[in-house]
Ligand binder design. Structure first.
Ligand SMILES: NC(=O)c1ccc[n+]([C@@H]2O[C@H](COP(=O)([O-])OP(=O)(O)OC[C@H]3O[C@@H](n4cnc5c(N)ncnc54)[C@H](O)[C@@H]3O)[C@@H](O)[C@H]2O)c1
Ligand SMILES: [Zn+2]
Length: 371
């Protein structure tokens, strides 16, 4: 078996490869060389990832004769704001770049998102490379070109679609990731099976624990299949006018739970997505779209993997279905005031449902909170 897998994101002249496998960071220089020649690269990372993986990446750039600079930002979601964005862009401009330069995001989704915004704005657009180091970033945020920062009005409200030119997902970097962060990223992995690929879900029920426990081949397969699923959807609907909304399976419920817990360590995004996926399957079953048996199958898998499955699994007390509904109404995916959900006809068969009756959702939330 080859050590690396490549997934192509087909977007005409903005197409790019997502390369996945162990040890890729050490090959960054040679892989970039073909793409950018000897143009300079500014590597941007956070302090946690810098301590663990930055030197290897910079050595690889040096060995390939690529001039480079590094900028280290604080770790955490708070970094994704106007203040850090301004500092970051001024620091890059201090280096007197031209449009042949590239910004390379080495880190999780926070770094990928803020660097993407900066790359799209500096000189009206410089090169952008992603080297994602969390499972969530490898299977989701580094692919597809959504970039954003948070404002006081909410998360991810300022940003643009700006595709990277290459994504290098080194699955070895996951070995240093905190176990809870890894598991949360798995929430997004299983989402791809649930929304469009029953076979992948079945594979995960067999191999999910190997993915979590560090089996390199299992990890590569899981990341590759997830990226391929996302790439296919993005290629058809880059700007989320239709199909791409399917990627939000579990996210309407998930975002409401995250908002209610203050987007904090109390509930990580992928954990919220896991609970949200189950709620979406439950709602689908209650509305008669999906067999209850499938809900039970999904729940069993999450329990085996040790993902949270219930609202009561969240350490903060959530008692008010009305507050959760309010968050859902504020979600930017709400269209013309109607609640829109991604529901499922079964495992691997999600669809966009408009006009969902709020009372049904309220009832479901009441039951879910009591469970
Ligand atoms: N653009 C998109 O399409 C998209 C999609 C999903 C999520 N997101 C965004 O992604 C962000 C969340 O990303 P995340 O979960 O990767 O969080 P993150 O970037 O905050 O990383 C989580 C934590 O892990 C640390 N870390 C990262 N890689 C590590 C490694 N290999 N070893 C040890 N520690 C490591 C980080 O320093 C941080 O403390 C959110 O802001 C979300 O909005 C964007
Ligand atoms: Zn998500």
């Amino acid at each position: 078996m080859t050590a690396f897998s490549t997934v192509k994101v087909a977007l005409d002249d903005r197409s790019y490869d997502v390369v996945i496998g162990p040890g890729l960071i050490g090959e960054t220089g040679q892989r970039l060389k073909a793409l950018i020649g000897s143009n300079p690269v500014v590597v941007i990372t956070d302090e946690n990832v810098a301590a663990l993986h930055l030197d290897r990446l910079c050595d690889s750039l040096s060995n390939a004769g690529i001039p480079h600079h590094q900028i280290i930002l604080p770790a955490g979601e708070q970094t994704k704001g106007f203040g850090q964005l301004q500092k970051l862009m001024e620091s890059v401009l201090d280096l007197r770049p031209d449009r042949g330069w590239s910004l390379l995001a080495l880190g999780g989704g926070v770094i990928g998102d803020i660097v993407g915004v900066a790359a799209s704005l500096i000189l009206r657009g410089v090169g952008f490379i992603q080297a994602p180091t969390t499972l969530l970033a490898q299977v989701d945020s580094s692919v597809g070109g959504k970039t954003a920062i948070n404002t006081r009005h909410g998360k991810n409200l300022v940003g643009s679609f700006y595709q990277p030119q290459l994504v290098l997902a080194d699955t070895d970097t996951l070995n240093t990731l905190d176990g809870r962060e890894l598991l949360a990223g798995y929430g997004e992995v299983v989402k791809y099976g649930l929304l469009g690929d029953h076979k992948f879900f079945d594979w995960l029920t067999e191999n999910g624990l190997a993915v979590i426990n560090g089996n390199a081949d299992a990890r590569r397969h899981a990341v590759m299949t997830s990226c391929a699923a996302k790439a296919e959807i993005v290629a058809q609907d880059e700007r989320e006018q239709g199909q791409r909304a399917l990627l939000n399976l579990g996210h309407t419920f998930g975002h409401a739970l995250e908002a209610e817990t203050g987007y904090s360590q109390v509930l990580l995004h992928g954990e919220a997505v896991a609970i949200g996926c189950l709620l979406a399957f439950e709602l689908s079953a209650e509305l008669g779209f999906c067999p209850f048996e499938d809900v039970a199958t999904v729940r069993r898998h999450f329990e085996t993997i040790k993902l949270p499955t219930k609202i009561s699994d969240i350490s903060a007390k959530i008692a008010d279905p009305g507050a959760l509904l309010d968050h859902m109404r504020q979600d930017k995916k709400v269209k013309d005031g109607k609640l829109r959900f991604i529901l499922a006809r079964g495992i691997g068969d999600a669809f966009v449902a408009e006009n969902i009756d709020e009372r049904k959702v309220a009832e479901l939330l009441e039951t879910a909170i009591a469970a």
